[in-house]
Design a protein around this ligand. Structure first.
Ligand code: NAD
Length: 480
């Protein structure tokens, strides 16, 4: 049984309470590690250590800070296999996915911001003959970074890397459901020689550790990724303290398929955008709208392709869908399938728990599920399920599908399939989403702004947006 430790002031330490949370492997249901059940006193220690490290860290040149980030990226790449295995066991995702996406992206996050900070510049606003304004973008201090369980190391590092690159020190909290790769990252930070206190990682529950980070008066900037409800709680705490806040929240993303699309590419990609990572990606398209003229063909092909997906032991290289992250989350997904039935939906494929043989016989697996016959305003089509469940609906016209697509409280991402260039641009322009993919999905350029509108979040991550978020702009006006 591995005991995870907090990373505070450069050291790996147990929580002050010396109590731990049992952490199961979702593929087997067996407890395989212990997570610190940290609380406010641990967070206080972490914030103090970050505050003490801050002046020296922010005084270093961006090149010096970048070289630490590059070293960490190199160590993540060196340990690709070990980290991929750890991510798969902790989260339930196929090890092949962790190896291809999660861990390489975590390394890229550090590498990207090591480079980006050296390109980061600010503006000057000359007032002809009178004065010169120039903008300083200084680090803020101690940044709080809180992340979810679905892409554990990928999203954790997506916050930490820009915060550190910009010169802040960090107190970070990974999800209590998937803490292992964050713990392994802390070991790599020590190996990379990151100065004590620059990055602190405190493990434990959201209502204890996350809440203590959010409330702490010496954490003036907070970057959060997780559920919309949690985001609202954090915003309610942070707003009266005037903290700078970035919220990346839930989604209910539409996937709009016009009859004139490149059908085969669309079908391959729609299988991925529906069920990759067991549908536990905030960007998965969970509402599939198909133009009426190809609806029957699409339904037949899509259901056949879904039924052929391999749900298996995540450690098996052939597994295409692994386990659901927790028993509670599996039960939530299955409850939504039941709700869909009650709302009049027809389950075309899936809709149930999958019981595997052998090592994974007690694991939490859900069959990829396709549902049709639901109205666009029913709960199944309005609420985030965050699992391998999609709904199919036909549409007649562009106007109608735009109404369906935009008709939820969320606005994170949307996909759009058409070979008609004019329509593609027109529909993209009208979609209420922070990210629109045309004829693709999850094609990511780390320089682009990333985030959602409506109840999917506030602010943008990625590229220069994150560096701007983790710095304070100051205008200096010099009279000439
Ligand atoms: P969650 O909101 O339950 O937890 C996210 C993190 O917040 C965890 O570390 C948790 O411990 C912590 N937390 C919980 N309560 C807290 C509190 N009161 N104060 C401070 N921190 C608290 O979300 P989850 O179940 O881990 O993740 C799934 C959700 O994340 C989905 O809604 C998904 O759409 C969303 N998500 C969004 C994005 C995005 O980029 N928009 C990316 C990935 C996941």
């Amino acid at each position: 049984m591995q005991s995870i430790k907090n990373y505070i002031n450069g050291e790996l330490v147990d929580p002050i309470s010396e109590t731990f949370i049992e952490n199961p492997d979702p593929a087997t249901g067996a407890i395989y590690s212990l997570v610190p059940d940290s609380d406010e006193p641990d967070v206080l220690k972490a914030v103090t250590s970050a505050a003490e490290a801050y002046p020296a860290w922010s005084d270093r040149s961006s090149l010096e800070r970048a070289s630490f980030l590059s070293s960490i990226a190199g160590l993540l790449r060196r340990d690709l296999e070990r980290l991929s295995l750890a991510e798969s066991v902790d989260n339930g995702k196929p090890v092949s996915l962790a190896r291809a996406i999660d861990i390489p992206r975590a390394a890229s996050n550090f590498e990207f911001y090591a480079t980006a900070i050296q390109q980061f510049s600010s503006e000057a606003h000359p007032m002809e003959g009178t004065a010169l304004n120039y903008t300083l973008r200084n680090p803020i201090g101690v940044a709080g970074c809180i992340s979810p369980w679905n892409l554990p190391l990928y999203l954790f590092t997506w916050k930490i890397a820009p915060a550190l690159a910009a010169g802040n020190c960090v107190v970070a909290k990974p999800s209590e459901l998937t803490p292992m790769t964050a713990y392994l990252l802390s070991e790599l930070c020590i190996e990379a020689g990151l100065p004590p206190g620059v990055l602190n990682i405190v493990h434990g529950y959201g209502h204890k550790v996350g809440s203590a980070i959010t409330r702490h008066p010496d954490v003036p900037v907070l970057s959060f990724t997780g559920g919309t409800k949690t985001g609202a709680t954090i915003a309610a705490t942070a707003a009266p303290m005037f903290k700078k806040l970035s919220l990346e929240l839930g989604g209910k993303n539409p996937n709009i398929i016009f009859a004139d699309c490149d059908y085969d590419t669309m079908l391959d990609t729609t299988i991925r955008s529906s069920f990759a990572n067991q549908g536990e990606i905030c960007l998965c398209g969970s509402r599939i709208y198909v133009e009426q003229s190809i609806y029957d063909k699409f339904r037949r092909d899509f259901v056949a392709r879904t039924a052929a997906l391999t749900i298996d032991d995540p450690l098996d290289e052939k597994s295409q869908l692994g386990a659901i992250v927790s028993k509670a989350h599996m039960e939530k997904i299955l409850a939504y399938v039941e709700l869909a039935r009650q709302e009049g939906g027809e389950i075309l494929v899936g809709g149930k728990q999958v019981y595997l043989e052998g090592r994974c016989r007690d694991g939490w697996f859900v069959a990829p599920t396709v549902i049709e016959g639901l109205s666009s305003d029913c709960r199944t089509n309005q609420e985030e399920i965050f699992g391998p469940v999609v709904t199919l609906s036909p549409f007649e016209s562009e106007e109608e599908v735009l109404g369906f697509a935009n008709g939820t409280a969320y606005g994170l991402a949307a996909s759009l399939w058409t070979e008609n260039l004019t329509r593609a641009h027109r529909v993209a322009n009208h979609l209420q989403a922070g990210i629109v993919w045309i004829n693709c999905w999850m094609l990511r350029d780390l320089r682009t702004p990333f985030g959602g509108m409506k109840q999917s979040g506030v602010g943008r991550e990625g590229g220069i947006e994150a560096l701007r978020f983790f710095t304070e702009a100051k205008n200096v006006c010099v009279k000439i």
